[in-house]
Design a protein around this ligand. Structure first.
Ligand code: CP3
Length: 341
């Protein structure tokens, strides 16, 4: 598997690529299959999860499939009242703000995500042997931000107010979410995923000092707990140029980099100790083939420079997810270029 080779310092048989949000609204076959079904309902239907996960692999020839799910799926499975609202994202019926709210958070029993593990079983039978299946979970901080805000936020004001103003309550909540994240990742690994990505999508809103004090100990427990299973771990967030060192030190095999930080700079920042993943700006895919080619030539050269200087490997990806308005053909073309350049 080229992706696993790149993640672990081996020599991939071709340059591995997958794209965050490669399954989803950029694909006509996804829009067709989702017309009469809700997002969360779809995430708990193993046949549908398998089909949607396979769609981008068939169409684009990517080196990995990412399980079609969402970071709030384990919260929903545990019994938290929430929905995923089209065009908005996760919305929590009763935001978590008090000690009683935290104490009332349900725990995740592995059987509650049986639909997800069943989907993984179907995918293992269906995926070509060279294509890796990536499982994932939201990191405790990013999950906490949805639970505390009640939905997406620009300022994370309730989240940071709790973090800074009531550290004891904050750490209690983060501890519960760490348990949930570990349980969800363990279930996916036991079901057979080849690698896992921890999405701390919104960690970039924090200073390095705040990240170290309020987030790192919890994410570190997640990574330490799953290390024993031997599947490569990928750690990713948006706008985390200043946090790359801290996010690597919590323990990971691959660090995700967004488009703001050149890959060779990122590699140096993390001491060349882990493989790098990234980092095409998703908007480049809206700007025409010449732009995509130019950006990919640069990114691949930066990755090769990093590898020549000691970085274990490079997995090509975007700096964040495929935007819904992206032409599916633009994605296919980018994958082709990455495999041939
Ligand atoms: O292809 C893949 O990448 C796998 C699928 C995937 C989804 N969500 C499907 C989805 C993954 C990996 C996620 C993770 C996720 N969910 C994250 C971390 C990744 C990131 O983007 O930083 C976050 C922050 C969420 C929360 C969330 N869920 C948001 C912000 C949204 C978008 C809201 C919207 O409609 O624009 C969702 C909904 C969601 N998750 C969709 C998909 C395909 C869109 C729902 C739809 O198609 O109706």
């Amino acid at each position: 598997m080229p992706l696993i080779a790149a993640a672990t310092g081996g020599t991939p048989s071709r340059r591995p690529v997958w794209f965050m949000r490669q399954a989803g609204r950029s694909l006509p076959e996804y829009r067709a299959i989702r017309v009469d079904r809700g997002m969360l309902e779809s995430c708990f239907d193993p046949e549908l999860v398998c089909e949607i996960t396979m769609q981008p692999v068939r169409r684009h020839d990517t080196d990995a499939a990412i399980l079609f799910s969402d970071i709030v799926v384990p919260l929903k499975a545990a019994g938290v009242d929430l929905d995923i609202v089209p065009g908005t994202g996760p919305v929590i019926a009763s935001p978590i703000r008090t000690a009683a709210d935290v104490a009332g958070l349900p725990r995740l029993e592995p059987e509650a995500v049986g639909a997800v593990t069943a989907a993984i079983g179907l995918l293992i039978d269906e995926l070509p042997p060279t294509v890796s299946l990536i499982g994932f979970a939201g990191a405790p901080f990013t999950l906490a931000s949805y639970l505390i805000e009640g939905g997406p936020s620009r300022t994370y004001e309730h989240t940071k107010a709790m973090m800074l103003g009531d550290p004891e309550l904050w750490h209690a909540l983060m501890g519960r979410l760490t348990d949930l994240t570990i349980a969800f990742l363990r279930a996916q690994i036991n079901a057979g995923v080849d690698a896992v990505q921890l999405f701390d999508s919104w960690a970039g809103t924090l200073s390095e000092a705040a990240y170290e004090a309020f987030v790192a100990p919890h994410s570190m427990r997640v990574m330490a707990e799953i290390e024993q299973y031997g599947v490569p771990r990928i750690h990713f967030g948006v706008g985390t140029g200043e946090l790359l060192g801290a996010m690597t030190r919590i323990g990971t095999d691959v660090i995700g980099v967004d488009w703001r930080t050149p890959l060779d700079v990122a590699a140096e920042r993390v001491g060349r100790s882990v493989a790098i993943q990234g980092n095409l700006d998703p908007t480049a895919l809206l700007a025409g083939r010449d732009v995509v080619r130019g950006e990919l030539v640069r990114i691949i050269a930066e990755g090769e420079r990093a590898i020549a200087a000691g970085t274990p490997g490079h997995i090509v990806n975007l700096g964040h997810g495929v935007l819904p308005n992206t032409e599916a053909d633009a994605v296919t073309h980018a994958v082709e270029l990455i495999h041939t350049l």
